[in-house]
Write a protein that binds this ligand. Structure first.
Ligand SMILES: [Zn+2]
Length: 426
C-alpha cells in the first residue's frame, strides 16, 4: 500500500475548514496525518511548496464511452485525461453500448476500471431500460453492484409518471437521481441556444425554457416523493432560480455546473464551430452570469465536466450533423480558477469544495476530504502558474474542445490516488 509525504503545501480541506501551510502524510493508502513538520517515516516526498494541496477532485458527470464507443474514449484513456485534469474520481454516465441499466454492465465497468483506470471510477446506472424512458432499469441490483446514482443523461425522462416511479425507487434505495433537463418537444431540431445568435447564423434554436420546464416539473415530483434530485449541467437563469427556491424550501434538490456553461456564451462561438456544440447549449451572456452567481451564492453544489468525447470524424461534419458534447477533464480547473477565483467571484476554498465535498455529498461518497483514515486521494494545483492547453497533447482519445490554445492562469500539477502519484505535470 502506498505511502507519500506531501510537504509544505497550502492545505485546503473544506470539510474541516482547514486552510494553512502543512504536510499531508498518506500511509497504507489512507490519510494518516495532516500538520506542520510531519515525520514521513521514509515515505517518498512530494514537495508542494507554493502549491495548493486539496482532497482529490471528484467529477460527478463524465462519459468514458466504454463499453461500446472505444473509438471515442475508453475507461483507460478517459481516466488518464481525468488525472491530468487533477481528478482522482470520475463518475461514468450510463449511455454506453450496452447501456449500464443492469448489474452486469455495472460490474463490467468496475472490473475494467480496477485493472485499467488511473483514477477511481464510480458507475452511474440508467434510470430506465436502455435509457428508453419507459420501463425502469434494474436500479436496486445496480446499486448493489456499485452504482452511486441513476441517470438517463443525454436523454431526459420525459414521462412524468415514469419519473415519479423512478424517484420513488431511487428513494427506496437511497440513490440520488440525476436528470438531464430538456423537454424534447421544445428542443426538437435545435442545434444551439435559441436567441439572437441562432437567428443570425440561421441555426435552429434550443430555447432556455426547454430546460426550465423539466427542472420545475421534477422539483414538484421530488417534493411529492421526498427523493434526492440533482439537476445536471444547469445552464439557464430560470433553472438556477428554481433550484435556489427548492433549496430555500428545504427540499433535497442539488445541481451541478460545467466549466463551459460558467465561462462561454453562444456569442463566443465561432460560426458553426462544432467544438462549441453541446447540450445544454451555450446560453446567453445573462444565463452565463446567472450560473456564476449561482455558484457564488451556494446554489450550485458541484462543478462537473460533462466530458463527452467524440472523434474528429464525427465532429468534422456540417454543424447540424455533428453530435453534441465536448471533452473537459483537462481544462476544468483552469476554467474554474479563471472564471471564479481570478475574477473575484469565489475564494479558493469554495472552488475546492465544488470539486470535492460538494459532489461527495450529492453521491454519498466517503471521499472529498483529507480526514484521517479516508482514502489518500489528493489533488495538487497551482492557482497562479500560466499554462497553455495544447489539444494535440490531450490524454483523451478525442479532440473536441473549445479551449485549444487557450492560456490559463493556474491549473492542476498532480493527482494522487490512494497515496500513489498517478499523474504529474512535466
Ligand atoms: Zn446531459
Amino acid at each position: 500500500m502506498s505511502k507519500l509525504l506531501i510537504r509544505n503545501g497550502r492545505v485546503i480541506d473544506p470539510a474541516s475548514g482547514r486552510d494553512e501551510i502543512a504536510d499531508v502524510l498518506i500511509w497504507g493508502g489512507v490519510v494518516a496525518a495532516v500538520g506542520a513538520g510531519l515525520d514521513g517515516r521514509g515515505a517518498p516526498v512530494f514537495d508542494a511548496t507554493g502549491l495548493v494541496v486539496a482532497p482529490g477532485f471528484i467529477d460527478m458527470h463524465a462519459h468514458l464511452r466504454e463499453p461500446g464507443f472505444a473509438h471515442a474514449e475508453t475507461i483507460e484513456t478517459g481516466s488518464r485525461a481525468a488525472a491530468a485534469g487533477g481528478f482522482t474520481s470520475v463518475c461514468a454516465m450510463p449511455n454506453t453500448a450496452p447501456v449500464n441499466d443492469n448489474p452486469t454492465v455495472t460490474s463490467y465497468i468496475i472490473e475494467r476500471a480496477s485493472r485499467h483506470a488511473l483514477t477511481n471510477v464510480f458507475p452511474i446506472g440508467a434510470i430506465t431500460a436502455g435509457c428508453g424512458g419507459e420501463a425502469l432499469a434494474e436500479i436496486g441490483s445496480m446499486k448493489n453492484a456499485g452504482a452511486v446514482a441513476i441517470s438517463d443523461d443525454g436523454r431526459p425522462v420525459m414521462n412524468a409518471r415514469v419519473m415519479r416511479r423512478a424517484l420513488e425507487t431511487a428513494l427506496s434505495f437511497d440513490l440520488p437521481i440525476i436528470q438531464h433537463c430538456e423537454d424534447l418537444n421544445l428542443s426538437a431540431g435545435g442545434d444551439m441556444h435559441e436567441g439572437f445568435e441562432s437567428t443570425r447564423l440561421g441555426v435552429r434554436g434550443i430555447p432556455g425554457c426547454s430546460e426550465d420546464v423539466i427542472v420545475a416539473r421534477d422539483i414538484l415530483l421530488a417534493e411529492a416523493t421526498g427523493a434526492r434530485y440533482h439537476v445536471a449541467h444547469v445552464s439557464t437563469r430560470r433553472s438556477t432560480e428554481l433550484v435556489g427556491q427548492a433549496k430555500a424550501r428545504g427540499l433535497p434538490v442539488t445541481c451541478e455546473a460545467t466549466p463551459h456553461h460558467m465561462s462561454l456564451a453562444d456569442s463566443d462561438m465561432p460560426p458553426y464551430d462544432s467544438n462549441y456544440k453541446m447540450k445544454p447549449p451555450l446560453r446567453s451572456r445573462d444565463d452565463v452570469a446567472a450560473v456564476v452567481e449561482a455558484i457564488a451564492s451556494g446554489i450550485v453544489d458541484a462543478i462537473a465536466t460533462d466530458h463527452a468525447p467524440h472523434p474528429g470524424s464525427e465532429k468534422m461534419q456540417e454543424f447540424e450533423r455533428c453530435p453534441f458534447g465536448i471533452i473537459g477533464f483537462e481544462t476544468a480547473l483552469g476554467v474554474a480558477l479563471e472564471t471564479l477565483y481570478h475574477a473575484g467571484k469565489a475564494p479558493l476554498a469554495r472552488i475546492v469544495a465544488l470539486f470535492t465535498t460538494g459532489p461527495a455529498r450529492v453521491l454519498n461518497l466517503d471521499r472529498g476530504t483529507l480526514a484521517l483514515g479516508v482514502a489518500g486521494d489528493v489533488t495538487i494545483f497551482d492557482p497562479e502558474r500560466p499554462w497553455t492547453y495544447d489539444l494535440n497533447r490531450s490524454l483523451s482519445k478525442s479532440r473536441n474542445s473549445p479551449f485549444d490554445g487557450k492560456t490559463f492562469r493556474g491549473g492542476p500539477m498532480a493527482a494522487v490516488v490512494d497515496g500513489a502519484v498517478v499523474w504529474r505535470r512535466e
